[in-house]
Design a protein around this ligand. Structure first.
Ligand code: NAD
Ligand code: TYD
Length: 361
């Protein structure tokens, strides 16, 4: 149970946002207003189980729409804003950075402005308890060498892609609204998530779905880039704890303590598919692996030191990579109608754009 009765979630129809809303309502029974523009990454099917629930309402809109947000805040009086809305895919940011500036930078600015106006007018206790939780990424810290210590909250920002630069800009704006206006913000920087409802442009769902269809499994460069993987429900739990107990003005690193090279990740997914779909003509699925042209500016390694959230707030990741990936693969196998639903023209066009010039290495 949370002391916060109503929250405004932005980007709640995306991967992490929809898992967060489902978990929030199940865990707290609180009310959720979901504001989402429904870009290619937003999918209301993720939240179909909430459609008739009185605790849940959906508003189709852009976080740049200052007036719309002011109206929502005034009429619903949320105790917190949980800000997920973003353009989130690095490869798309390389092909077309403008949408990333529009949503991640300008959108966060407009959301902050609307939040500030609303918060300034709140009466005493409501004003003190209000929170603006900004959900960000480990990518703002740049890239680590193989032997570097993991990023801490004090690591200087050094974003390398248009995506991470736009997220870094939004983190700075959020910080400034606290420093200048006293807006009660908290920022979280999290590592790569995986789990149900992730759009299959990202490595893990792309691998699962390509392998099922016997398509090649593209690995950028030599496959030795390292990411730290966190099961999405663990991330959602961390965010609930930060909302409940996190200190205003602070940032918290969130991670899975689970560093893996991309080739390891793809091989583990293949091994799970070999086990669950042993009858498939495409087994052993690892035979589908294909090394392709690298991502420009590809960050070598991300890793998070999560000592602060573990010791200060008592959160730690629960799911192991093995159990989390098993659950994820099983979820995709059991939800092929969801996959069918998102295989729109726009998605197919993206696959063409991203992979057509990636000659095999
Ligand atoms: P996603 O791409 O799956 O979903 C983004 C959602 O935002 C979509 O529903 C989309 O319709 C919505 N949206 C986009 N532009 C909008 C706008 N202008 N106004 C309103 N809604 C808009 O993203 P995700 O993977 O769920 O990530 C959510 C947040 O978490 C992002 O801020 C991302 O930077 C951060 N994050 C993601 C990861 C990860 O591994 N996926 C890791 C760390 C942090
Ligand atoms: P991704 O899921 O796009 O997340 P991010 O770039 O935010 O970390 O990619 C994870 C890693 O997998 C990254 O190092 C790029 C790599 N990758 C591939 O090797 N092949 C692919 O087809 C994709 C989409 C990613």
């Amino acid at each position: 149970m949370s002391h916060i009765k109503t929250i405004l979630v932005t980007g709640g129809a995306g991967f992490i946002g929809s898992n967060f809303i489902l978990d929030w309502i199940a865990e707290t029974g609180g009310k959720v207003i979901n504001l989402d523009k429904l870009t290619y990454a937003g999918n209301l099917q993720n939240l179909a189980s909430l459609e008739n629930k009185p605790q849940y309402s959906f508003i189709n809109g852009d976080i740049n729409d200052h007036k719309l947000i002011e109206g929502l805040l005034t009429s619903h009086q949320p105790g917190a804003i949980v800000h997920f809305a973003a353009e989130s895919h690095v490869d798309r940011s390389i092909h077309g950075p403008e949408d990333f500036i529009h949503t991640n930078v300008n959108g966060t600015f407009h959301l902050l402005e609307a939040a500030r106006l609303y918060w300034t007018k709140l009466p005493g206790k409501q004003q003190t308890e209000f929170r603006f939780l900004h959900v960000s990424t480990d990518e703002v810290f740049g890239s680590l060498g193989p032997d570097d210590p993991p990023f801490t909250e004090a690591t200087p920002y050094a974003p390398n892609s248009p995506y991470s630069a736009s997220k870094a800009a939004s983190d700075h704006l959020v910080r400034a609204y606290h420093h200048t206006y006293g807006l009660p913000v908290i920022t979280t920087n999290c590592t790569n998530n995986y789990g149900p409802y992730q759009f299959p442009e990202k490595l893990i769902p792309l691998t699962i779905l390509n392998a099922l269809e016997g398509k090649s499994l593209p690995i950028y460069g030599d496959g030795r880039n390292v990411r730290d993987w966190l099961y999405v429900h663990d991330h959602c739990e961390a965010l609930r704890i930060v909302l409940e107990k996190g200190r205003v003005g602070e940032t918290y690193n969130i991670g899975g303590k689970c560093e893996k090279t991309n080739i390891e990740v793809v091989k583990i997914v293949c091994a799970i598919l070999d086990e669950l779909k042993s009858e498939s003509n495409h087994a052993p699925h690892a035979s589908l692996i294909k090394f392709v042209k690298d991502r420009p500016g590809h960050d070598h390694r991300y890793a998070m030191n999560i000592h602060k959230i573990e010791h200060e707030l008592g959160w730690t990741p629960k799911e192991s990579f093995d159990t989390g990936l098993h659950k994820t693969v099983e979820w995709y196998l059991g939800n092929l109608d969801w996959v069918e639903g998102i295989s729109t023209g726009a998605y197919k066009k993206w696959v063409d754009t991203n992979y057509k010039d990636r000659a095999a290495l």
